[in-house]
Write a protein that binds this ligand. Sequence first.
Ligand code: CA
Length: 399
Amino acid sequence: MSWVTGADGSTYGVANLPYGVFRHDGREPRVGVRIGDLVFDLAGAEAAGLVLAAGTLGRPALNDFMALGRPQWTAVRQRVTELLTDPAHRPAVEPLLLPLDEVRMALPFEVADYVDFYSSEHHAANVGQIFRPGQPPLLPNWKHLPIGYHGRAGTVVVSGTPVVRPTGQRATPQGPVAGPSVRLDIEAEVGFVIGVPSPLGARVSVDDFTDHVFGVVLVNDWSARDIQAWEYQPLGPFLGKSFATSISAWVTPLDALGDAFVPAPEQDPPVTDYLRDVPHLGLDLSLAVRWNGERVTEPPFATMYWTPAQQLAHLTVNGASLRTGDLYASGTVSGPERSQVGSFLELTWGGTEPVKFGDGGTRTFLEDGDTVTVTATAPGPDGTTIALGEVTGTILPAR
Ligand code: CA
């Protein structure tokens, strides 16, 4: 139980405590933790000697704190919990609590490398049917390794950042043309953030997942389907993806998700040794996608075929090193039902079945001015629910 007004019974109670970076009163960005509808100024708490984190909480990004490693992450979380639950600390802590609507959230960490996977069997099969009709929906490698590609770290933006409609080439029956994308889409995903790096040449095993991964963000991997369809063979996604990737302002620490790990779907055929994770666990996150405020789909993350530990092991099996601030995203989260897909490409089946809204409007892909918001909840301790930070963005006209 927390002494903070509004914390108990909220999805941001003391079982959650996600980290972010905020600006307040024109001062430099610094680290805070969300409790209820307030931000606990951890930089101020560290300066006052209430929390010890090697001076990392006054920095404008979470990277230095995330590099400290799991024992320190756990110690700081325990101390913050103590400060927010023991009424003896209230006089010292209360002046460091700021209303959310008085702060501006910044990108929570400096993104090092960005990898995007493709780990939902339902999504991969849907896209296979839409892009390669008449052929087997999954390519022969799909159940043997988590498919992924390296994305563009420099265009990862914090939730709330407007997204300018990208321009590029697309194929038409008359040949390729250049211009603003006319099939702009979303991909609702879950991202994993690396805290502890690994040296070049080393491999990170499935068992070392919790030593390296600090926490989880929600991701919207904006995708221009027309640009993507024309450019993606033979080397994969390029400009159809790299113009913007939005992440939530809050990073939910893995320590908050202890009750959310659940058995992942059984893998058949069995995977090769370096991908065998025992226990084979995914996360029971319930996502929701709102399109101009209307809830259009509810992707279930627990249905993902490849687990985050397998993705990390695969990402490093060739000896590629990890850096603090690396972000790897799950790939679009799609469940088996049409109401559970994580992209509008699937929701409208390649644009052939428009979505009908409550006000009578329809959509196939995104129009200028449209806003998309992805939220998620997870089981917390004792039957409670915790929320992940939302990721939202509005489309601006092409320039
Ligand atoms: Ca993606």
